[in-house]
Write a protein that binds this ligand. Sequence first.
Ligand code: PAF
Length: 251
Amino acid sequence: MKIVRSITQWREIFGGLQGKSVGFVPTMGYLHQGHISLVERSKAENQITAVSIFVNPTQFNNQEDLQRYPVNVQDDTLQLQDLGVDYLLLPDYGELYCDDYRYKVSENQYSLDLCGATRPGHFDGVLTVVLKLLNITKATRAYFGQKDWQQFQLVRGMASAFFLDTEIVGCPTVREDSGLALSSRNKLLTPEHKKIAPQLHEIISGKNSLAEKWKMLEAAGFQVDYLTKKEGRIFVAAFLGKVRLIDNVGV
Ligand code: PAF
C-alpha cells in the first residue's frame, strides 16, 4: 500500500493508472468493520482501491467534538495494508483547504433537516470536503455507509447537480450483534452508556408509535435530538452523555 500525503503526488500517480477503475472510500479514520465493508466492496468492484483519512474540521460545528474525535492512524494503516488497499491518502488541511474554506458547497433544503437542524454548517463541510476529494481522486466509484443516510443522499445529490463522473454507492449499515450501528464515536461511550446504546436500534425498529418510541428512548437514558419518520424510514439522533449517536431503519 502506498501512502500519499500530497495532492500533487496523487495526481501524478493517477495519471499513471491508465484508465483503470478506481474505487474510493473517504473516511475520518478510527476504522471499524463498517469502513472495512466499504473497502471490501470497493475492492470487489474496482481495479484500484484508494482510502483517505482526514478528520475534516469544517464539518464539526462544535470544537469540543472535533478535539474528542478518536484518531489512530497507525492502526488504521495496518488494517488497510492487511486488506490489500492500493493507496492511502493522508491529506493535510493546508493543501486540501488551500483557500482556507473561503469557497464551500451548500445545499439549501435537505441539509437543513435532521442532523442539519442542530448541526449548522455540518453538511456544508461534508459536501465541500467530499467534492474536493472526488475532484482529486477522480474515482470511478465512491462508497458511503447508509448509517449516515442523509450524508449519502446529499453526496449523491451533489454528484448529480455538479455532473460529477463518480458513481456514489451506498452500502448497508454494519451492526454489532447487539444491533448497535458501528461508528467511530462508539469508542467514546462510557461502559455504562455502551450497555444502553444498543437500545437505540431496538427501540426505533419496534412497532410502537413515534411518541412511544421517544418516551422509551428517554426512559432508557437517551436525550433525543430528533426522532422522525420520512420516506419510509425512521431516523433518530440521540445523546448518551456527550456522545451523539445516529441511526435509521426502513419501515
Ligand atoms: O462519513 C465520514 O466519515 C465523513 O463525513 C466523510 C464522508 C469522510 C467526510 O469527511
